[in-house]
Structure formats: structure tokens, C-alpha cells
Design a protein around this ligand. Structure first.
Ligand SMILES: [Zn+2]
Ligand SMILES: [Zn+2]
Length: 145
């Protein structure tokens, strides 16, 4: 099954309609495989002769992020398609500071540890975000860091 097909199924199973804008944005994220801004998404669509306004693109991205189908990577300032499927734990990123390579992972135990910390402060956790940067193995091999 193609990645977009899986994502469309998640939309349906959560009670969301598969609309043309949702399909288009998901397709762009699947095709580019790198973080893109809403403006870039609009440009890519325009090159294909498709048009979506910014408000629509932002709304679609909000929904996709809510459903864990896409994520905003703060360090790279863009949105990416989720590469994990229904893995336990919140989705987190390691970013290569040289080439921008991304590795997404989920760690349920880490979430639980953070929940315990939050609880000590009297908080109930709803979401975890985590990004950290370094140099990826390819860049280490090339530049001998
Ligand atoms: Zn994810
Ligand atoms: Zn790298």
C-alpha cells in the first residue's frame, strides 16, 4: 500500500473526509520527503497546475499534525510526512546540522518518564515534543567529523 493510501485510511477511520486539499497536501509531503513550508507546498502545487490558498494549506497541516500524519520540525522550519505508522509513544526527531537529514523515532518509555516529571509539577501531559541535532553517519563519513 502506498504511504498516502495508509494516511487516507487513517483520516477516514478517525471520521475525517478525504477532501481534495487534504489529498493534495499529503501527496506533496510524500513526494518531497523533506521539510517544506506552507508557501513551498503552495508553489509545488502551482507547478502541477493545482491551487490551494494559504489558509487551506495551514488548516490541512494542522489536521495532519493533530492526527500524527505529519509533523512540524521546528529546527528545520517545515512540515514533514510522518514516517512512523501507529508506533507507541510521541514522535520525535534527530536532525543532522550538516545536511538536514531527519530521523523520526518514538520512545514510549521516554514519554512515561516525562509524564512522571510533569506529574511532580502537578501537570497532566497531553503531548511531547523533542528534537535534537547532531551530525548524521553520512556526513561523519564524508567530512570525518
Ligand atoms: Zn510521526
Ligand atoms: Zn548529514
Amino acid at each position: 500500500m502506498s504511504q498516502i493510501h495508509v494516511a487516507l485510511q487513517v483520516l477516514r477511520s478517525r471520521g475525517y473526509r478525504v477532501t481534495e486539499p487534504r489529498k493534495r497536501v499529503l501527496k506533496v509531503l510524500t513526494e518531497v520527503q523533506r521539510p517544506v513550508s506552507p508557501y513551498e507546498i503552495q508553489e509545488i502545487l502551482q507547478r502541477k497546475g493545482e491551487y490551494l490558498n494559504h489558509v487551506t494549506i495551514y488548516r490541512v497541516l494542522d489536521l495532519l499534525c493533530l492526527l500524527n500524519l505529519a509533523h512540524k520540525v521546528l529546527m528545520l522550519g517545515g512540515f514533514v510526512k510522518c514516517t512512523l505508522e501507529e508506533e507507541d509513544g510521541c514522535h520525535r526527531f534527530v536532525v543532522c546540522r550538516e545536511c538536514g537529514a531527519l530521523r523520526e523515532y518514538a520512545d514510549k518509555e521516554l514519554c512515561e518518564e516525562e509524564n512522571a516529571i510533569a506529574e511532580e509539577f502537578g501537570f497532566r501531559t497531553e503531548q511531547h515534543f523533542s528534537e535534537f541535532s547532531g551530525v548524521c553517519s553520512k556526513c561523519i563519513a564524508l567530512a570525518r567529523f
